[in-house]
Design a binder for this molecule. Structure first.
Ligand SMILES: Nc1ncnc2c1ncn2[C@@H]1O[C@H](COP(=O)(O)OP(=O)(O)OP(=O)(O)O)[C@@H](O)[C@H]1O
Length: 539
């Protein structure tokens, strides 16, 4: 065995984990036998002695998640970091991979136009990403696991062959539909590369815990490939349909509520997804659902998208989307609700309600057949009522998102209400510059004075700022962005709104942890321990 494979091998994996846990004073988790066997299998494969375990990484990650459940998450993250540093020049090892979690990134998507590539025996590296094994395949490319050397986290990298996309389009393009000239709606046939670009344009503005985050796009004009780096959602698709192991009603309830939050956020951002289905709903290790695959989504203006033509997956298409005719338009929001209804049916029944091998026959069933619930699995009347409301053939009678949110099954008869649209869809767009500049740590006493004064006034506005002429809320929100021409920066050398009262207290004060203030008056974040601190400062 040569040196490098020796280095990649971790015969003393247990020992190493023990040492690292000891170094960081962590509780050593008891690793169950099945986890050890997963790790051993992986280790053998790494040594070249064994067969590649089927879906090795997924197996390993689920093993890791078991370990993680028994240990301190931060500790495990540290462990990964320590091991990654320890083994920097080798391909990421099983243990490095194992405990890594996708961060909940709120940064805007980065667009990188220069990609450097390095190949070694065991892996390909693109910029800071080491590419690992394939975790999925879509119609336009493959999805690979990628290890980011900079932040030591795993990502899902969608690899798209630009040339192949264009070639396939040229070969299989359908002739444009014939239309009578007067009624002809402008038909702009988009090539797959344009569709991908549209997907990127949509995704880069989205940031919600129930929508998969596009972290970075690597698109070098000299490279035939385009790479989309997503947060890695560990457990993959929720469900492969058909299945004889559908979800129980309780599990479906949680997943459905998550999906509903994600969809409400999309509609709030004026995006219709158009391809909601179980395989496009990914499940994180924490059991959180994230909506993925925006390949056929589109943005709209006004209150709804008026769509024509079909897109998405046939079994999930709404009846109104199947009506032919050049002048037929249908509601994008209502189409998403229909697909969500089919998805919920599939969650609990394990199959879609309309199935046929022939597309025309399938369309006919969707348009005319009623929904039938099988004898088994048995689902509650309340859930049946919700599904039927979402699958009304007439979009005008179909439940709307706001109605679904207050349905008895969703809220458990009002005992577990959904978050309001305002809570769920707070619109935050943050630039890199804003991230760099908006958070500062300020001295203790000033903060306390400020927080107390705010408390007295029961308002989060800075009480020490000179009153300015009233500005309508919409304009105020606009001008809080440093990019906005109406935004006025503070005078040079003066913090925007540090209270004058506290000027003499500014020098040589210890900094307080847990209080972060944006002096442009935008954000205030105080950790919960601020109040005891305030009390002791007073005494
Ligand atoms: N962020 C991610 N984290 C984990 N797995 C992912 C992620 N994105 C995609 N996958 C996996 O890769 C598979 C392929 O994803 P992709 O979005 O390319 O295509 P698709 O949704 O299956 O199909 P299509 O693009 O044809 O609609 C998914 O089914 C999923 O299992």
């Amino acid at each position: 065995m040569d040196d490098s494979s020796e280095r990649r091998r971790h015969p003393k994996l247990g020992e190493m984990m023990k040492n690292t846990f000891a170094r960081y004073s962590l509780t050593i988790p008891t690793i169950p036998e099945n986890v050890i066997s997963q790790l051993r299998q992986w280790n053998e494969w790494m040594m070249g002695d064994g067969e590649q375990p089927p879906r090795a990484t997924r197996a390993l990650l689920s093993a890791a998640s078991m370990v993680r459940q028994q240990s301190d998450t931060t500790g495990v993250r540290r462990l990964v970091r320590a091991q990654a540093i320890h083994d920097d020049d080798a391909a990421p090892t099983s243990s490095q991979l194992a405990a890594t979690m996708s961060p909940n990134l709120t940064r805007p998507t980065r667009y990188v136009k220069s990609v450097s590539q390095q190949r070694s025996v065991s892996y390909i590296q693109l910029n800071q990403y080491k590419l690992m094994e394939e975790i999925g395949q879509g119609s336009y490319g493959i999805v690979k696991l990628a290890y980011n050397e900079q932040d030591k986290n795993l990502y899902a990298m969608k690899v798209l062959d630009k040339i192949k996309l264009l070639k396939n389009f040229a070969c299989f393009r359908q002739p444009p539909p014939r239309r009578n000239k007067e009624n002809a709606a402008p038909s702009i046939m988009k090539n797959p590369l344009q569709l991908v670009q549209r997907e990127i344009a949509i995704l880069k503005n989205l940031s919600h815990s129930n929508v998969v985050k596009l972290v970075e796009v690597l698109d070098d004009p000299n490279d035939n490939y385009l790479y989309m780096v997503f947060e890695f959602v560990e457990r993959g698709s929720i469900l492969d349909v058909p299945t004889d192991r559908p979800l129980d009603e309780n599990t479906a309830w949680g997943y459905f509520r998550d999906t509903l939050c994600g969809l409400e956020y999309l509609h709030f951002q004026k995006i219709v997804h158009r391809d909601i289905k179980p395989s496009n709903l990914l499940l994180s290790d924490a059991g959180q659902v994230k909506i993925a695959d925006f390949g056929v989504s589109c943005e709209f203006e006004g209150i709804d998208a008026f769509l024509s033509g079909t897109a998405g997956t046939p079994a999930f298409m709404a009846p109104e989307a199947l009506i032919e005719g050049t002048n037929h338009f249908y509601s994008g929001r209502a189409q998403d609700i229909w697909s969500l209804g089919i998805t919920l049916y599939a969650f609990v029944i394990g199959a879609v309600p309309f199935v046929d091998n022939y597309i025309i026959a399938l369309h006919k069933k969707i348009k005319h057949d009623s929904i039938v619930f099988p004898e088994t699995p048995k689902i509650s009347d309340s859930l049946q009522n919700l599904i039927l409301g979402m699958l009304k053939k007439d979009p005008g009678h179909r439940l709307m998102l706001t109605e679904i949110k207050v349905h008895d099954w969703v809220t458990r008869c009002g005992t577990v209400p959904m978050p309001s649209e305002q809570e769920n869809c707070h619109l935050v767009t943050v630039t890199e510059e804003e991230i760099e500049n908006c958070v500062r740590v300020i001295p203790r006493l000033d903060t306390l004075i400020l927080v107390k004064a705010m408390g007295h006034r029961r308002r989060f506005g800075n009480p020490f700022r000179k009153p300015t002429p009233t500005v309508p809320i919409r304009d105020r929100r606009k001008s809080s962005s440093v990019k906005d021409p109406t935004y006025l920066p503070p005078p040079v050398g003066q913090s925007a709104s540090i209270p004058r009262i506290a000027d003499d207290l500014l020098s040589d004060r210890p900094e307080v942890e847990g209080v972060q203030m944006d002096f442009s008056g935008l954000t205030l974040r105080a950790d919960v321990d601020i109040l005891p601190k305030a009390e002791s400062a007073r005494q």
